[in-house]
Design a binder for this molecule. Structure first.
Ligand code: SAH
Ligand code: SF4
Length: 382
């Protein structure tokens, strides 16, 4: 938590950690909540602004601590209101954060790692390989930056960010402690006060860590399934070879039942043309999920250069959705948002593209949207 300056970064500290910090410098614990409100509710990054903290304590904090988020490299706003930030983390890599407004809901999609080691075959983040884990300050820092760009409206007032999904770059369960700390801050009233139902962790299926998760937190869970059988899933999501479907679904059901309420697992399923989008895949999926209370979110594949995959036709998407729907599942198709700023799922590459490349890409993506126009696009982000 300290860096080369020797100062402790208060941005990523949970309430408990912040209380310990104040005790360790001979101050009262209640200061923790006070300072956290300044940081998270009001987006403050200096102690001078903390007017209800005495001058002596402010000076002490100045000597020992800092409030430092990741560096914002760019902020783009799409024609559909989607926003994307590219931020640079301490390792020197860039990661991306995306905000998706949808009616009264505003969902922030947060990254947990720079790159990802799990190498799912259709994911551009996976193609980069693993670079680094984000610190807790870098994970929560993405919420802090986004909240600041909306004017840092306190948690008790109508806010821009109502939901957070850990669906940006990286596998959150492989950066466990930092992601847990940041999710606690998302939910804490001294942090962002977001309900546990509206904070969602998405995983490709790191079974031992799903088992561990329930001991630490009660956020919503999304499972990236993408295939209805082990043979196909081994190809698309290689971690399946280590933790196959039966074991994985059992672990997810255990997590959900540990929540002890009527909450259901979200199943994410990226539809890849002629790979996992056929009626027989839907039929297999119905059988696979028959004992797992869930809602299903279909994600039409978002293309990126040299991926080797294509997005299915609208008819194929609709046919797949209908089969699941008729079997009694709650199924939505995720709307692709922010394409003009490369903000769609699986397009997050953490690089600042040069403008020429971006505009070429923009045209390609526009043509594709014209082709897919008319798709049934039920609201989909959890
Ligand atoms: N590592 C986690 C969370 C980040 S990925 C996970 O895999 O769940 C968020 C979601 O986007 C996952 O469901 C992932 O499979 C999906 N995704 C990745 N690449 C995609 C692409 N090119 N098109 C559509 N969805 C993609
Ligand atoms: Fe990693 Fe998720 Fe991409 Fe798989 S889909 S490579 S787990 S970020």
């Amino acid at each position: 938590m300290t860096d080369t300056t020797g100062k402790i970064n208060l941005l990523g500290l949970t309430l408990q950690e912040m209380e310990k910090f104040f005790e360790s410098i001979g101050e009262k614990r209640f200061r923790a909540g006070q300072v956290m409100k300044w940081i998270h509710h009001y987006g403050v990054d200096n102690f001078e602004a903390m007017t209800n903290v005495g001058k002596a304590l402010r000076e002490k904090l100045e000597r020992r601590a800092e409030i430092r988020g990741p560096e914002v490299v760019s902020e783009d706003i799409s024609s559909d209101g989607t926003r994307k930030w590219v931020v640079r983390v301490a390792s020197g890599s860039c990661v991306e954060t995306v905000y998706i407004p949808q009616g009264k809901r505003g969902t922030l999609c947060v990254s947990s790692q720079a790159g990802c080691a799990l190498d799912c075959s259709f994911c551009s983040t996976g193609k980069q390989g693993f670079n680094s884990n984000l610190t807790a300050a870098e994970v929560i820092g993405q919420v802090w930056i986004a909240n600041k760009s909306f004017g840092s409206v306190p948690a008790t007032v109508d806010r821009a960010i109502t939901n957070v999904v850990m669906m940006g770059m990286g596998e959150p369960l492989l950066n466990f402690d930092n992601v847990i700390a940041a999710m606690h801050l998302m939910m804490d009233d001294f942090g962002y006060g977001i309900s546990k139902r509206r904070v969602t962790l998405s995983t490709s299926g790191v079974v031992p860590m799903i088992d561990e998760l329930a001991k630490h937190i009660d956020v919503s869970l999304a499972l990236s399934l993408h295939a209805p059988n082990d043979a196909l899933r081994n190809q698309l999501v290689p971690i399946n070879k280590k933790y196959p479907l039966k074991m994985l679904l059992e672990s997810c059901r255990n997590y959900m039942s540990a929540l002890g309420e009527k909450r259901v697992l979200t199943i994410e399923y990226t539809l890849l043309k002629d790979v996992n989008d056929k009626p027989e895949h839907a039929v297999e999926m119905i059988e696979l999920l028959k004992d797992t209370p869930c809602k299903i979110n279909l994600i039409p594949f978002n293309p990126f250069p040299h991926s080797g995959y294509e997005r299915p036709s609208n008819n194929a998407i609709r046919r797949f959705q209908d089969l699941l729907h008729h079997a009694g599942f709650n199924v939505t198709v995720r709307t692709t948002r922010g394409e003009d700023i490369d903000a769609a799922c699986g397009q997050l590459v953490g690089q600042v593209m040069d403008r020429t490349r971006r505009s070429e890409r923009y045209i390609a993506v526009r043509e594709l949207s014209a082709e897919t126009e008319g798709a049934q696009v039920a609201a989909a982000r959890t």
